[in-house]
Design a protein around this ligand. Structure first.
Ligand code: AMP
Length: 285
């Protein structure tokens, strides 16, 4: 297997990007935090269909983790990640250091409202501002024409779409459906924290979402169904369940009953591991 070019500075990244652009090639960026799994590999494979050159970035961004979150224990598997990217056919890996991303005196952050409010925005204060800032930097550094994100982090995808629109950033944002284990569990770098008992419970997160979504699609009042879903998650062994909420796909505002396409989203702890997932809810009529 041939090694993948690794670019570690903004200058090296931009020189490569300019060379590709000079040949008329479009650059597709797949931002990641490493610890790559099949979901990331599917993103890279899909990225290949969106442009001629694929750059996967690996950067565990400190500014999107809260003080009590898992930044220091976040899995770092760089050698395996580079091998996976080479095998999936990415053209380059972009690995900026924290010093390059946040040099002394760094003092700017994107301030958000709208889709960042509620859900993960409430339980992870500052998280989306950190994500929006680092993604904007990565897009600027790689000169990406397209940036691709997973629907697994659905609120993140909505936030980034809005930032790019609001700040007139010349890039297209693309999304890709969640890749799951055969039992429905969404692939996540954090799944490796689950012990055997937790791993057996974990797919209930998705199945309870699917069951709740089927009832919500009938157009019944959402609130009692969401309470029932929360109770089902707790009974299955999740806790605390941080949220189970229904949001409009366009406005990302809370939905009282489903009349237009919506999304059902949840975040819940299983032991010490925080899991998130979401599914589409389409009105039946
Ligand atoms: P992360 O490394 O967790 O920051 O994720 C990098 C990108 O991979 C984000 O756009 C995620 O939404 C996406 N991603 C993570 N897990 C999955 C999955 N199971 N299916 C599809 N995309 C995913």
């Amino acid at each position: 297997m041939s090694a993948i070019p690794v670019l570690e500075t903004i200058t090296a990244m931009r020189e490569q990007a300019d060379a590709w652009h000079a040949r008329g090639e479009q650059i597709v960026l797949v931002p990641t935090m490493g610890a790559l799994h099949e979901g990331h590999r599917a993103l890279v494979a899909h990225a290949r269909t969106l442009g001629q050159r694929v750059v996967a970035s690996i950067f565990v961004n400190p500014t999107q983790f809260g003080p009590t979150e898992d930044f220091s224990r976040y899995p770092r598997t760089i050698e395996a990640d580079l091998a996976a990217l080479a095998a999936t056919g990415a053209d380059a890996a972009y690995l900026p250091s924290a010093e390059i991303m946040y040099p002394p005196g760094f003092s700017s952050r994107i301030d958000l409202t709208g889709p960042s409010e509620g859900l993960c925005g409430d339980v992870r204060p500052g998280h989306f501002s950190g994500v929006a800032t680092v993604v904007t930097k990565l897009i600027n550094q790689t000169r990406a024409d397209v940036a691709l994100f997973g629907e697994k982090d659905f609120q993140q995808l909505q936030v980034i779409r809005r930032v790019v629109r609001d700040l007139d950033i010349p890039v297209s944002i693309a999304g890709m459906p969640t890749i799951r284990e055969s039992d429905g569990l969404a692939l996540s770098s954090r799944n490796r924290y689950l012990n055997k008992v937790e791993r057996d419970i974990a797919p209930r997160l998705h199945s309870i979402l699917v069951e709740s979504a089927a009832m919500l699609a009938d157009g019944r009042m959402a609130a009692p169904l969401l309470s029932k879903g929360m109770a089902a998650l707790e009974k299955a062994g999740f806790g605390p369940v941080q949220y189970l909420e229904l949001r409009d796909i366009e406005t990302f505002l809370p939905v009282i009953r489903v009349e237009r396409p919506a999304r059902l989203l949840t975040a819940a702890y299983l032991g010490t591991t925080r899991l998130i997932d979401n599914v589409a809810v389409l009105p039946k009529t």
